[in-house]
Design a protein around this ligand. Structure first.
Ligand code: PEP
Ligand code: MN
Length: 267
């Protein structure tokens, strides 16, 4: 999957371009919890001019006793958000048996860190024509990450978006170590856009903005950020979820950094 010359793939999803001059922003809760929660978030995103909402129905949780997501029962909520706001829907696929139904309701699929090496799932995604965000396995090297993308690409689906989300290290001050060198390496070695998820790396809200700044400065084509109307009551990942009122200034900062980077003579 070597990048040839300056060839770079732009992935267009409706009016959003991944890999272009503008940052592609994906914001939303860790998990869809109910209609009221997702509609509140969707309405906030409309006001902020963000076009893609994170809307996970399936949650890969470390403990089987934790909230596992609404599953297919949440499909009517996705449909409602789309109808009422026109937002693009991004959601995680865990089980190959749910691929068809999820594809009917989402604009972008996400393969989470725990499924990066689920090769049967990747092969099936390779056969469909749907953009997919592939998150880096938290114990995977960059080479293994690229190989996982090859599984999708080899099947014919060339709409792959890499997502760096942190890797496991000895550090315990935060959840995962965000590997920002990977952003530059992936962009040099592959033609695909690269976005960053600072939320799952940080594990805590106050670290999200600094990591966003650094990710964009490192060349990220987009960001995926968790936001919840009431993080204290969130059923998952509340501690790392941004408050809606924090988003405007975060966006102002990252857009300004992106502009500066676009003007840079270095590449
Ligand atoms: C997520 O984005 O919802 C998620 C579970 O992240 P990760 O797969 O990176 O842990
Ligand atoms: Mn989460």
């Amino acid at each position: 999957m070597k990048k040839k010359g300056s060839e770079k793939k732009h992935i267009q999803v409706a009016d959003v371009i991944f890999g272009g001059d503008e940052l592609a922003m994906i914001v939303g809760p860790c998990a869809v919890e109910n209609e009221q929660q997702l509609m509140a978030i969707a309405n906030k995103l409309k006001k902020l001019g963000i076009r893609i909402i994170r809307a996970s129905l399936f949650k890969p949780r470390t403990s089987p006793h934790s909230f596992q997501g609404l599953g297919l029962d949440g499909i009517p909520i996705l449909r409602q958000v789309k109808q009422e706001t026109g937002l693009l829907i991004e959601s995680e696929i865990m089980d190959v048996r749910k691929l068809d139904i999820l594809c009917d309701h989402v604009d972008i699929l996400r393969v989470g860190t725990r499924n990066m090496q689920n090769y049967d799932l990747l092969k099936e995604i390779g056969k469909i024509d749907k953009p997919v965000i592939l998150k880096r396995g938290f114990c995977s090297t960059i080479k293994e990450f690229i190989c996982a993308a090859e599984y999708i690409f080899a099947g014919g689906n060339d709409k792959v978006i890499f997502c760096e989300r942190g890797i496991r290290t000895f550090e315990t001050a935060y959840r995962f170590t965000l590997d920002l060198a990977a952003v530059d390496i992936l962009k040099r070695e592959t033609p695909f856009p690269v976005i960053v998820d600072p939320s799952h790396a940080a594990g805590k809200r106050e670290l999200v903005l600094p990591l966003c700044r650094a990710a964009v400065a490192a060349g990220a084509d987009g960001l995926m950020i968790e936001m919840h109307p009431n993080p204290e009551k969130a059923l998952s990942d509340g501690s790392q979820s941004m408050y809606p009122h924090q988003m405007k200034s975060l966006l102002d900062e990252v857009y300004a950094i992106k502009k500066t980077c676009n003007r840079s003579a270095w590449s």
